[in-house]
Each structure stands twice: as C-alpha cells, then as structure tokens.
Design a protein around this ligand. Structure first.
Ligand code: GLN
Length: 307
C-alpha cells in the first residue's frame, strides 16, 4: 500500500515542522540531539520493513520504556496485583506532574504512563538486585525486538540519574504512601537505565508489531506476552500514551502509540503493522512534533485510525 518513496516524501514534509519544536534538555545528555533528524520504519507481519530517514541512528526509549515495563510486570504479576499500585485513568496533566497524587484516595498514581505510575511499575520488576531486574527487562526488550544486541546508553542513564530530582520526589511520595518500599536510589538507578535503553526505529517498529499482533511475534512464531496484556498496553497507549495530548492524538491520528522525550514514538496498528519513529524536536507536551506530523500524514493518507 505504501512505498519507500512515499515514506521519504512524508519524512521530508514532516521535517519542516522541526523548527517549531525543541529537543529535551532537562536530561542534559538528550540536549545533544539534532532536532532535524527524523526516521521511520514500518514492520509488517510477513517480516518486510519499509523505512526512511536516518534509520541506523540509535535513540533512547525514555517514556516508551514505560509500556514495555508494564507488559513485563503484567505478565509476571497479573492485572490484579499491578492495579493495586497504579490506576487506569488519564490525568490531563504533564507526564512529570506531582499535582494529582495528593488528590486521589487511596494515594496511588493515576496511570502507568505518567512518571509516578511508571516508577511504581518499575518497582514491581522482579529480581534480587537492580542488575538482575534490569537484565530481565533488557532480555524482554531484546526478545520483543528480535535483536539480542540491544543495550542501553550509560551516558544518558548517568545524566538522568544525576539530575532526576523531580522523579526522586515522586518516589519519596510513593514510599510514604506504601506504593513502593525499596531504596529510592536503587529504584532511580533501575528506572534511569530502563529509560536509557537504546535502539533504532527498525527495532522499535518490530516491538510495535508484537503489540499489534496481540503479543505474538509473527516472525519468531512466539507468544511473548499474553494477548490480554497486549490489549491492556494498547488501551493505555490510546488513553495516556501521548500524555495530555492523547485526546487530540486519538482524534487526529487514531493509532495506539507511546512517545518518549528522546523524540521516539512506538505505534501499533492492530492486526496490521508496527511503526517506529525517531524525531527529537518536541512540542511543549514532550511529544515529537515531526513524528506526530509524520503519523498524521500516514494515518490520513491510508485511513489507519482505529476509530
Ligand atoms: N526518563 C524521562 C523522565 O523520567 C522520561 C520522560 C518522558 O519520556 N516523557 O523524565
């Protein structure tokens, strides 16, 4: 249905919006990104990939990792246990907001896509040490992407670890209210490594494909997570995946997707394909401005909205 040439054309069009965005620099190492970079890959169940842009560039997952960590803990612990510690409702607030935490009773984060909820989820990753828990998560990511080479950026992890004061304060709030009970520095160590897992947009597209195919990797022929877990993750992508822009994104684009402040977007067109995008120029809500434009062009041209 789409060709590489068309995709390249869309990338060129979307890149023009880079000037309205700005790279994230509150994590100092992310400030080095080039706002004009833009790459996309589309992975289909038969294993074919169509891509355009600088597709060999590796970028960190940042908040995209939240959906993967959620899939892992839901697979490990089941819905009941996970949703005792984190809710299912969108917030309408920025991703790092602390405001709603005091308003809900019992005091648990509203959903796993805001930082407070993601920290509660990362806390639930099984393992005897930070190293073991990170290793389990990394193995899960590698399996989802079908790429055993995937690793993390030590530079980005360190940069976030040294500056994540707001995330630390969220952790202390969660600890006070019994949502987490581990050492805050250990959780921050694990969380910042999780956010610094890096890959190309092709790897990302393959992960999107697994979610699109209800947790099954059609290429390896393996069910990586239960279909219900993939369904819950895709539902969160629709309701909270683009933070407080999720409503507008659902109307304009209508594809389950999750963004990160590195400029990545993981998207899953149910039953059809996975999409991975990297474009570091962000809008004021922390979503890739060029990436969203690119998805809008794709969705409108090929009627990809699920609604
Ligand atoms: N690591 C980032 C943070 O916790 C992820 C945020 C994001 O991608 N929106 O602040």
């Amino acid at each position: 249905m789409y060709t590489k040439l068309e995709l390249e054309q869309f990338v060129k069009q979307a890149k023009q919006y880079a000037r309205y965005g700005k790279v994230a620099d509150y994590i100092p190492a992310l400030g080095k990104a080039n706002p004009n970079d833009l790459s996309i890959a589309i992975y289909t169940p038969d294993g074919s990939v169509i891509d355009a842009g600088d597709t060999t560039d590796k970028v960190t997952l940042q908040s995209i990792s939240k959906i993967i960590a959620l899939a892992l803990v839901l697979t490990d612990h089941g819905e009941k246990k996970v949703f005792q510690k984190v809710g299912m409702e969108p917030t309408g607030d920025p991703f790092h907001s602390i405001a709603k935490l005091e308003e809900v009773q019992p005091a648990k984060p509203l959903n796993p896509m805001i930082n407070a909820g993601a920290l509660a989820v990362t806390h639930m990753i099984n393992g005897a040490s930070v190293e073991e828990r990170f290793w389990r998560l990394l193995q899960f990511v590698r399996k989802l992407a079908g790429n055993p080479e995937i690793s993390y950026s030590k530079e980005v992890a360190k940069s976030e670890f040294e500056t994540a004061f707001l995330n630390r304060s969220l952790c202390y709030f969660l600890k006070q209210h019994g949502i987490i009970n581990e050492d805050v520095e250990e959780l921050m160590d694990l969380y910042t490594k999780q956010c610094a897992i890096e890959m190309t947009c092709v790897d990302l597209a393959r992960i999107g494909l697994v979610f699109a195919m209800d947790g099954r990797d059609p290429l390896a022929g393996e069910q990586i997570m239960p279909p219900d877990v993939a369904r819950i993750c895709k539902t969160f992508m629709v309701t909270c995946g683009m933070y407080n822009a999720s409503g507008e994104f659902a109307i304009k684009i209508g594809i389950p997707a999750k963004s990160g402040v590195s400029g990545g977007i993981l998207a899953s067109v149910p039953g059809r394909f996975g999409i991975g995008i990297f474009g570091p120029a962000l809008d004021d809500k922390g979503n890739s401005i060029t990436g969203m434009k690119l998805l809008e062009l794709l969705s409108q041209t090929y009627s990809l909205s699920i609604f």
